[in-house]
Design a protein around this ligand. Structure first.
Ligand SMILES: [Fe+2]
Ligand SMILES: [Fe+2]
Length: 373
């Protein structure tokens, strides 16, 4: 008599045990197996073949060493220690598998901040190990969830300075630390964990609003002094660098001052994390794109939504991947960004530079008729 088939529950538990065993002895080889296990979960519902997760702008980049080229992003993974929440671990593994599957590969991957949930060493270490599985260079950005437990000490030890710039194929890239806050904790005698949890709870009235801060703005001004005004500038920022919705800290308090520093440049694109949703804005010469989170989608704020935003509709709460995702950014020959939202379990959406350049008159992304939030 043949052996009875194992039940779906038994198989689920076996797979879960293998997943945790693999996490305990994280190595490159076990990582690849783990990524496979995670990807399998989503593939069953995949609506579009993986090859559609790419943009066309890469042609010619290799020959000239200049624009156009593509980079990918992974953002807002919010890792807890794996034993507390394997769901978010599976999501980042899926994102790493996505960016590693891109053909042709992106030139690099931007990590958009909020690697950890509560800035714990164990959370940051886990993210650090997992991101080693990305096959191309990773450019790191810090989020408030990484920072306010030890004020960035462990993050810096793992990833280096939180604010830096680099030139690449004709584009000047700047990574800003845009989640500074005025000291609300010393006077109240808060512990590091109380400080971290206060910042993590975005809608409490205790904390101050995010800002780049005077020192950060001075650094930015100095950094851009040497850059020609015609050179395309791409800014990586965790908070949006404009004023969206203050009560939730979807907001940068000194956004007006930061924008003034960026205004003299012909083309500026800001890629930001933090808001966990498809978000599009333009203020004069500055084009803003929010990045998707791998962990969860935030609802849209009740007011202040930039009018160029084509909203993604409400996520299915019973589908862990719905409304989440990763993405890639194709930089055109002019240094403008076409941003592809690789929404898991949904069709991808591309927000083209021409849509922003025409203030919404041309190339609008497809709009869903389903309800948003
Ligand atoms: Fe986040
Ligand atoms: Fe954040």
């Amino acid at each position: 008599m043949s052996k009875p088939a194992r039940s779906i529950e038994t198989r689920h538990h076996e797979e879960r045990d293998a997943f945790f065993a693999g996490l305990r002895r994280m190595s490159r080889r076990s990582f690849l197996r783990l990524a496979g296990l995670s990807a399998g979960l989503a593939m069953a519902k995949r609506l579009v073949p993986p090859h559609s997760f790419q943009l066309v702008e890469v042609a010619g980049a290799a020959e000239t060493g200049k624009l156009p080229f593509t980079f990918a992003y992974i953002s807002d993974t919010h890792l807890y220690p794996a034993r507390l929440n394997d769901r978010f671990v599976r999501a980042i593994l899926k994102a790493v598998d996505d960016v590693n599957s891109l053909d042709p590969p992106p030139d690099f991957v931007l990590f958009g901040g909020d690697l950890a949930q509560l800035g714990q060493r164990e959370e940051l270490d886990l993210g650090h190990e997992i991101l080693k599985g990305v096959k191309v260079p990773v450019r790191m950005m810090v989020g408030e969830h990484d920072w306010f437990f030890d004020m960035g000490e462990h993050w810096r030890a793992l990833f280096g300075p939180e604010q830096y710039s680099f030139d690449y194929k004709g584009v000047h890239f700047v990574t800003l630390m845009s989640v500074q806050e005025k000291d609300f904790w010393t006077e109240r005698g808060m512990t590091p964990m109380q400080r971290m949890q206060t910042v993590a709870g975005l809608d409490n009235g205790l904390q101050s609003r995010f800002e780049v801060g005077a020192a950060g703005r001075e650094w930015l001004t100095k950094d851009l002094e040497k850059v020609d005004k015609k050179t395309p500038v791409v800014v990586f920022s965790h908070s949006p660098l404009y004023k969206y919705y203050r009560p939730w800290n979807f907001w940068t308090e000194d956004a007006d001052d930061v924008q003034a520093i960026l205004r003299p440049f012909e083309h500026v694109t800001v890629l930001h994390g933090h808001t966990h949703q498809l978000l599009t804005n333009r203020i004069d010469n500055i084009y803003f794109h929010g990045m998707l989170s791998t962990a969860w989608p935030w609802p849209y704020a009740p007011e202040g939504l930039p009018k160029l935003t084509i909203q993604q509709n409400r996520a299915d709460p019973f589908d862990q991947f719905d409304g989440c995702g990763d993405g890639s950014v194709g930089l055109t020959e002019e240094g403008l960004a076409n941003v592809l939202y690789n929404l898991w379990d949904r069709n991808p959406v591309t927000v083209r530079a021409s849509y922003l350049a025409s203030s919404g008159a041309k190339d609008a992304p497809a709009r869903t008729k389903l309800p948003s939030y």
